[in-house]
Ligand binder design. Structure first.
Ligand SMILES: Cc1cc2nc3c(=O)[nH]c(=O)nc-3n(C[C@H](O)[C@H](O)[C@H](O)COP(=O)(O)OP(=O)(O)OC[C@H]3O[C@@H](n4cnc5c(N)ncnc54)[C@H](O)[C@@H]3O)c2cc1C
Length: 386
């Protein structure tokens, strides 16, 4: 079976590796002419590490990241609202939680993918799905034929657009700024990530490698509010909003001066029930883009990849394989997307009374409850039949 993969991001590369491990042929078509060192950092939860284990890559990836042992939620003055022992939950889930540079994760996947599998610098433009096979078309006029096409082309997937129509993603209502900075802080280095909540604004940070921390700041915004701002304005805006918050927030922002800050309006899409049609299926953000609030988007894309390869290899047929993949994956991915959306709404509340109630409830929630809910999300999913 010859599988064509549109998009060579985290999900597309993971799928190519998973398919080849099952003896199936895979070809990846990636728009970017070369893999850039882009993006900031990501949390890989134990479920993502388990999925990487199926690809033989867990140790290689974990080595390149930094353990996340605890998360602390605070108020801007530094008062602790909640402290979750991530290391304990991760031990129960039998895999670590780590923060890793996106580029390092991508590099580990590229290193595990034979060169001839990936064609880069080609933009997929559409497909023809016929009874005998599927043809993927490119903007340069070229075409390629296969038995299955997987749209792993991200949030604005062309494959999804042709399958389901080109509705824009749903704007959540806040903008996220983020950066990796050279930084030394005992708490962060101990693997204690934190998030600090106020009204419609939030700041978080986590260690990403030996000498660097990753921070992110979220502010409720109107559509396009900061789109045309000069990048130099970002730092000034963040200093104004967060400069008086507890340490190490001001120190992180000072360490950021002169570094490129990434700015993103946060979006998602309502979960899909149907992930395939004919010989074409969706995977990762093309199927289920979610807000970053649970840190599960990439983890879910890798889980999808392992499950899809298993379903195609086991059934040996296209349509039964794609149907089995959808059955195995849609509930879990939809649940993650819904929880992420709710978490985004909760942590970006702006009404003072609701924020007060949120903070009181966060302080009062027993750790055992939080750890139980977390364990459900981050323990290994059933991805294969074996
Ligand atoms: C701010 C932020 C923080 C996040 N934090 C986390 C986190 O902590 N943990 C986590 O697990 N997830 C996180 N995520 C989510 C994660 O980044 C995504 O879910 C993940 O990258 C999805 O992988 P993917 O392969 O589906 O899509 P992508 O990684 O976006 O890859 C899609 C690929 O397709 C290519 N492409 C697009 N269109 C075409 C085309 N027409 N032709 C050919 N190629 C094309 C793109 O160039 C890209 O390489 C975060 C996301 C954001 C925005």
């Amino acid at each position: 079976m010859r599988v064509l993969i549109a998009g060579g991001g985290i999900g597309g590369l993971a799928l190519a590796i998973a398919l080849r491990r099952r003896g199936l042929e895979a070809r990846v078509f990636e728009r970017a002419p070369q893999y850039l060192v882009c993006g900031a950092a990501q949390t890989l939860w134990p479920n993502g590490v388990h999925a990487l284990r199926e690809l033989g890559l867990d140790e290689r990836v974990v080595r390149r990241g930094w353990p996340l042992n605890q998360t602390i939620i605070r108020t801007p003055r530094g008062r602790v609202l909640s402290r979750t022992n991530i290391a304990r939950v991760a031990r129960r889930a039998d895999a670590p939680a780590v923060c890793i540079r996106r580029a390092a994760l991508q590099r580990a996947l590229i290193e595990a993918t034979p060169r001839e599998v990936v064609t880069s610098g080609v933009t997929c433009a559409g497909f023809e799905d016929e009874s005998e096979g599927v043809t993927l078309r490119f903007e340069n006029g070229k075409r390629v034929e296969g038995d299955v096409l997987v749209g792993a082309d991200g949030l604005k997937s062309v494959v999804r657009g042709q399958m389901l129509g080109t509705r824009p993603p749903r704007r959540i209502g806040h903008t996220l700024w983020r950066c990796i900075v050279p930084f030394a802080d005992a708490g962060l280095r101990a693997g204690h990530g934190f998030e600090t909540w106020s009204r419609g604004v939030r700041f978080g940070a986590i260690q990403v490698d030996e000498g660097h921390a990753y921070w992110y700041a979220a502010i409720n915004t109107r559509r396009g509010q900061h789109r045309d701002d000069a990048r130099s304005a970002d730092h000034a805006l963040l200093m104004e909003r967060f400069g008086a918050w507890h340490e190490p927030i001001p120190a992180l922002l000072k360490a950021t001066r002169g570094l490129p800050i990434i700015r993103t309006d946060i979006v998602d899409r309502r979960p899909l029930r149907s992930w395939w049609r004919g010989r074409v299926a969706l995977l990762g953000d093309a199927a289920h883009p979610m807000t970053p609030d649970l840190g599960q988007g990439a983890c879910q894309a890798i889980e999808d990849a392992v499950a899809l390869a298993d379903c195609l290899a086991r059934t040996g047929e296209v349509r039964p394989g794609l149907a089995a993949y959808e059955r195995r994956r849609w509930r879990r991915a939809a649940s993650m997307a819904r929880q992420s959306f709710r978490m985004a709404r909760l942590s970006q509340l702006s009404d003072p009374v609701l924020c007060w109630a949120r903070d009181v409830a966060t302080r009062a929630t027993p750790q055992a409850l939080i750890e139980r809910a977390l364990h459900k999300n981050i323990s290994a999913a059933r991805l294969t039949e074996g």
